[in-house]
Write a protein that binds this ligand. Structure first.
Ligand code: HEM
Length: 176
């Protein structure tokens, strides 16, 4: 949060609100959102596909007409693709061309191919805009001085992914 606030404040230069044109200058903000989408992929199982021809993939024979369910959540935490996959470490996306547009198959929070999410640009701008303004205006802390590292990030599955325990944070407005 501190690192993100530093970047946001530097770009904002004291203006009252972050605007959309500021977002492209916030590289750390973009990395934070990518990392959140990698670790906590909101739609863990991308919409299913059907194979159109027989395929041999690794040691599996997949016949034409097979329903294939792609586990984007597991792919995002694959230890053969990611260093320390369970660690929240946005820096991994700095100076790194990996993007969520469906061309880097190790990172597909919006799916891939013709049926990938059509709302990617909308979602990213809204998320970056809201997060940048929240950390610009507030400090966030756990209630009763609980260490942020102890925040329970356990997830429960469903069609979309949810927190197991509700998120309780105390927001304190900045005075500077
Ligand atoms: C963080 C937010 C979101 C995530 C992570 C997300 C992710 C996804 C994923 C993984 C798919 C399936 C892609 C595939 O099968 O390859 C999908 C499909 C879709 N999404 Fe999103 N989505 C988000 C927000 C939205 C929003 C806000 C809208 C609408 C305003 C939207 C509209 C759609 C539609 C219409 C499809 C179906 C596309 C098709 O089947 O051709 N999504 N989304």
């Amino acid at each position: 949060m501190k690192k993100l606030q530093k970047e946001v404040k530097e770009v904002a230069h004291g203006k009252p609100i972050i605007t959309e044109d500021d977002l492209s200058k916030m590289m750390y903000l973009q990395a934070v959102l990518k990392e959140a989408l990698r670790l906590h992929t909101p739609l863990p199982l991308v919409t299913s596909r059907e194979s159109t021809q027989d395929v041999k993939l690794m040691r599996y024979d997949i016949l034409a007409g097979t329903q294939v369910i792609v586990n984007a959540w597991a792919i995002g935490r694959d230890p053969t693709r990611w260093v320390e996959p369970d660690r929240f470490h946005p820096e991994r996306f700095l100076n790194n061309p990996i993007d969520y547009k469906g061309l880097n198959f190790e990172f597909i929070p919006f799916g891939a191919g013709r049926r990938r999410c059509p709302a990617i640009q909308f979602v990213i701008v809204v998320n970056e805009f809201v997060l940048a303004n929240l950390v610009y205006k507030y400090d966030f802390a756990m209630p009763e001085e609980v260490n942020g590292e102890e925040l329970d990030m356990t997830e429960i599955t469903g069609f979309t992914l949810h927190r197991k325990s509700p998120l309780l944070v105390v927001a304190t407005p900045h005075l500077d």
